[in-house]
Design a protein around this ligand. Structure first.
Ligand code: SAH
Ligand code: SF4
Length: 369
């Protein structure tokens, strides 16, 4: 289903598209840069604030565009380092954005490095059996402007907490596209959004600080490799053989490893960057030594970094993480062959921790009350 909002989000406009809209309505094109400066640099919260624009232009903007297409409904700060935002869109759909703070030595949490995890769809159609985001299927794709708005909301929130240096742009360091949804299934909106996020007239975030995570849509990975902007890629592998992967990720039937891995290799060659393989460890499903050895071989072949993530339980699903000993034994198989590997341990670093679950809970509360 495609969502057509009453007013287009201003956060979905590129400099070119906004210039074209202004010209059509008889305004000079240079106003576009001024407007985007108000949105991304000065972070205006209302059109009235944009005082270097005429009253008429401000009225036209207010009638034509939505300044903030994602409203903050809940900010759930955990005791650890994650901060979850529940946002409501124009059609009352709910999405999640997560701020992950990585504490730096000697400075408070406010000055920690921040990674923002953003969503690209409401729900997900991929049907991975372990994932909360896909439990109720796909509701709809996000618009480019709704993807960008998540980051702008984070900036507004962080600005209120810590006054920023005048010309400091974004209030965070990295973006991971690992929230709700399969980003490459909403390819055009994703690319438009990340182009805006990357541009100097937008949020000015370097491509190397943006990681797209995919469940493995091989043709789209090849397409992404051809894009001029070199984003980072993470592949949700979760099974080192077709047999195991197919059990938990239906996408593997359409794109089995023999198709998927060469696409990832082509991406890595093209951009000369290390790809990350994500591997959630699920007790009794994919945590055998045989899987560890197969994963090691794939990682060595692709010269990839491996991120081992102990599974986070999801309400209503039977899966659980293996014991810490079993996790370590699995990791050691990779370490012994000098594969670059991290085993996530601190709870707060589990960025996927409950991604999709906050929305699910709220949806359930809404329908039951
Ligand atoms: N759809 C994309 C990006 C969103 S999911 C993808 O699948 O890559 C982001 C990551 O969280 C994926 O690696 C996904 O497999 C993982 N994930 C989903 N549910 C999880 C859970 N309960 N515990 C740990 N990781 C989970
Ligand atoms: Fe969708 Fe990713 Fe969840 Fe799979 S793991 S259902 S692709 S969000």
């Amino acid at each position: 289903m495609k969502f057509v909002p009453e007013k287009a989000p201003i956060t979905g406009e590129t400099l070119d598209s906004l210039e074209a809209r202004l010209r059509e309505s008889g305004e000079p094109a240079f106003r576009a840069k001024q407007i985007l400066d108000w949105v991304y640099k000065k972070r205006a919260k209302s059109w009235e604030e944009m005082t270097n624009l005429s009253k008429e232009l401000r009225a036209w903007l207010a009638a034509t565009f939505e300044l903030m297409p994602a409203a903050l409904v809940l900010n759930k700060q955990s005791a650890d380092v994650t901060d979850k935002l529940l946002l409501e869109l124009g059609d009352r759909s709910l999405i999640e954005t997560v701020i992950i703070r990585v504490p730096q030595e000697g400075v408070g949490l406010d000055h920690s490095r921040k990674t923002i995890c953003i969503s690209t769809q409401v729900g997900c159609a991929m049907g991975c059996v372990f994932c909360a985001s896909g439990l109720a299927g796909l509701k709809r794709d996000l618009l480019a402007g709704e993807i960008v708005a998540q980051l702008l909301q984070v900036c507004h929130l962080e600005d209120a907490r810590t006054p920023r240096a005048r010309d400091e742009l974004a209030s965070f360091d990295n973006i991971v596209v690992m929230g709700m949804g399969e980003p490459l299934a909403n390819y055009d909106a994703l690319l438009r959004a990340l182009t805006i996020v990357n541009a100097d007239w937008g949020l000015g975030i370097g491509a190397r600080r943006i990681t797209i995570s995919t469940s493995g849509l091989a043709p789209k990975i090849l397409k992404l490799a051809e894009e001029p902007i070199g984003f980072r890629l993470a592949l949700s592998l979760h099974g080192a053989t077709d047999e195991v992967r197919e059990q938990i990720m239906p996408v593997n039937k359409a794109f089995p490893l023999a198709k998927l891995l060469p696409a990832v290799a082509a991406f890595a060659r093209k951009h000369g960057r290390m790809v990350t393989l994500e591997f959630i460890l699920i007790d009794g499903i994919n945590d055998s030594l045989e899987q560890a050895r197969k994963l090691r071989d794939i990682a060595l072949d692709l010269h990839a970094h491996v991120n081992l993530i102990p599974y986070n339980t999801v309400d209503g699903l039977p899966w659980k993480r293996p014991s810490l000993t079993r996790q370590k034994v699995f990791a050691e198989v990779l370490q012994r062959s000098r594969v670059s590997v991290t085993l996530r341990r601190e709870k707060g670093h589990d960025i996927d921790a409950a991604c999709g679950q906050l929305r699910l809970k709220t949806e359930i509360e809404r329908t039951s009350g």
